[in-house]
Design a protein around this ligand. Structure first.
Ligand code: SF4
Length: 448
């Protein structure tokens, strides 16, 4: 918008007879604003200097296309196959002899993978494998997909961090909260993430539960009228067929107190081809549906993921992200900020950052709470509030999610006023108040 900003104090000069109150600022105020703008910009100078060097799925499109061609050749597939999620599931890479044709492996790597695979299942969708950098052993995608010696070395005792036996009041149900439950619908996934906290359930074989067992889970929900939110997960909820999903969602729709359904699925990231027009058409009939997915690195935010999310949002599904904080993959404020910004670009809303849990075989991925809080410190204020998820640690003994925040309230009462620290580091007293003779509280329960 072209405006004529007044050189006079009090912004009186007009442009074509109009006063633009918001743009007419005195010279003095404008110069103060210019200094302030330079100050806020400088606060994130370090990120601005590196952000364009952080690899993202969009920037790596050319490389991914080359990998796709190579993988198709190795697996004997066609471009048409690449678009079929059935083909990807059928051709999940889970043998060293195939993997070494996709990314170079040293003899020692091969030995370790063989060893680990006796204890833990591994496998990766050809799509996710195409995001791996064949030149870089430390590629964050490889670390999530290829077993490492550390899994073998970790002998910690926790196998079930959700303590299912204490939190499963009915078959397939996990209940940790008052108004919502999980139905564990399958243990199948498009890939077996090396950091998976559910590796105990992943086991060595895909399991899809029979309808009579699913019916018992649904019956529990029907009998407990306070349950308004049901999460289908596993495993990966989208590992179920459209028919199986439709069956469960239809049953849930018939329960009047179930207000929303959620799907837990990594597939928008790890196998976006799973999001088909047929799936979307079916999901549309079960509105409202939320889908919680998992992206852990900006390299995972690809054109294909964007297309999948677009299709889901067009049919009314709200897609949100639950990133896992992983040592050596994303425990860096710049990487995490870039990831959150890339997610917003494809209309995925950042929801949680989970601290990696203490589970046997995955401890090498764990990092400290301080790392998580440092990331949160670098998000809040430094980027759009929509790009700031909640940092969560899961309490021991299956006691549920606990949010942690950097400390902004330094003292609740200094001479009658709270002392706060702003995101930019200013320490100020906040003029908190409640007018005693003001309007009443919105709800006075004593009068109900
Ligand atoms: S997709 Fe989810 S459930 Fe499946 S292996 Fe990965 S983290 Fe675990």
């Amino acid at each position: 918008m072209k405006t004529d900003v007044s050189p006079e104090p009090h912004g009186r000069k007009r442009s074509k007879g109009k006063v633009y109150n918001q743009v007419e600022v005195s010279k003095k105020d404008r110069s103060i604003a210019v200094v302030r703008s330079a100050e806020v910009k400088a606060l994130d100078a370090e990120y601005f200097a590196v952000k364009d060097q952080i690899p993202t799925g969009f920037k790596l499109e050319k490389e991914y296309r080359k990998s796709r061609k190579r993988i198709l050749k190795v697996l004997g597939g066609s471009e048409k196959d690449w678009n079929s999620y059935h083909w990807h599931l059928k051709n999940r890479i889970s043998r060293v002899e195939v993997l070494e044709r996709v990314v170079p492996l040293e003899d020692e790597d091969k030995k370790q993978i063989q060893k680990v695979s006796k204890k833990y299942r591994w496998g990766v969708s050809p799509f996710f494998a195409s995001l791996m950098d064949p030149e870089d052993k430390n590629c964050p995608i490889r670390k999530q997909a290829i077993p490492s010696v550390f899994e073998q070395l970790d002998l910690s005792e926790v196998k079930d961090p959700l303590i299912i036996k204490y939190n499963s009041p009915a078959p397939l149900i996990s209940r940790l909260y008052p108004d919502r439950v999980i139905i564990n619908v399958t243990n199948a996934c498009s890939m077996f993430c090396r950091h998976c906290l559910r590796r105990k359930d992943i086991d060595f074989k895909d399991v899809t539960y029979p309808r009579w067992l699913l019916d018992q889970a649904v019956e529990y929900i029907r009998e407990n009228k306070e349950i308004r939110d049901v999460l289908l997960t596993g495993g990966d909820a989208l590992a179920l067929s459209d028919n199986q999903l439709d069956y469960i969602l239809t049953k849930l729709d018939r329960i009047p107190h179930v207000e929303i359904k959620r799907l837990g699925s990594r597939m928008p990231c790890s196998l976006p081809q799973r999001v088909t027009p047929e799936l979307c058409k079916m999901l549309e009939t079960h509105d409202p549906i939320y889908l919680n997915t998992q992206f852990n690195h900006p390299k995972e935010v690809t054109r294909e993921a964007q297309k999948a999310v677009d299709m889901l949002t067009k049919c009314g599904v709200i897609v949100r992200d639950q990133t896992v904080l992983l040592n050596g993959i994303n425990n860096d404020p710049h990487i995490m900020k870039k990831l959150m910004q890339e997610l917003l670009k494809i209309k995925v809303s950042p929801y949680y950052i989970f601290n990696c849990k203490k589970v046997e075989g995955i401890r090498h991925f764990r990092t400290t709470i301080a790392d998580g809080l440092n990331i949160m410190e670098h998000l809040r204020g430094y980027t759009s509030g929509m790009a700031v998820p909640t940092f969560i640690i899961t309490a021991p003994d299956g006691r549920g999610k606990t949010p942690l925040y950097p400390q902004y309230l330094l003292n609740p009462n200094v001479d009658g006023k709270p002392l706060i620290r702003t995101w930019g580091g200013h320490i100020l007293q906040y003029p908190d108040e409640k007018i005693s003779n003001g309007p009443p509280n919105c709800i006075n329960r004593n009068e109900e």
